[in-house]
Design a protein around this ligand. Structure first.
Ligand code: AMP
Length: 120
């Protein structure tokens, strides 16, 4: 089956992380290497490696991740000014940890979403 990552250990609280939210479906914790003043990762408690591995059975979890992302944003006081959600997938998406996660980024004006397309 799928190979566990460090995120499973964080979810089970076997290693320390700054967990800001947890319920029976998902966990939210602060990124260890923040790219913005607020940088929180929202992950399913079950191991789904990438967005490519998502099926209709995960519909509730995925919807819940988005709803909770907005609730965490509100709690972190970044709702009004705004924030960005990112899901990286596989190599071209620069995914490092193969446990599906949404990055919630905010707390300052973020730069452009992507740099200019590189010439071939
Ligand atoms: P991605 O490139 O989308 O796979 O992002 C993985 C993110 O996980 C990166 O932003 C890392 O800084 C973050 N990360 C890696 N290990 C930990 C950890 N132990 N606790 C919190 N965040 C982590």
């Amino acid at each position: 089956m799928f190979k566990e990552t460090i995120f499973s250990k964080i979810i089970r609280r076997e290693i320390l992380a700054d967990i800001v939210y947890q319920d029976e479906l998902i966990t939210g914790f602060r990124d260890i290497s923040p790219k913005a003043p607020i940088h929180i990762l929202i992950v399913p408690n079950i191991l789904i490696p990438t967005l490519n591995d998502v099926t209709i059975v995960h519909q509730q979890i995925l919807g819940h991740m988005l709803i909770i992302a907005s609730k965490i944003a509100y709690k972190e006081k970044i709702s009004k000014n705004g924030y960005r959600l990112i899901i990286n997938c596989n190599e071209h998406g620069a995914q490092e940890i193969y446990h599906l996660h949404i990055h919630l980024l905010g707390g300052q004006r973020l730069g452009p979403m992507l740099t200019t397309l590189k010439n071939k």
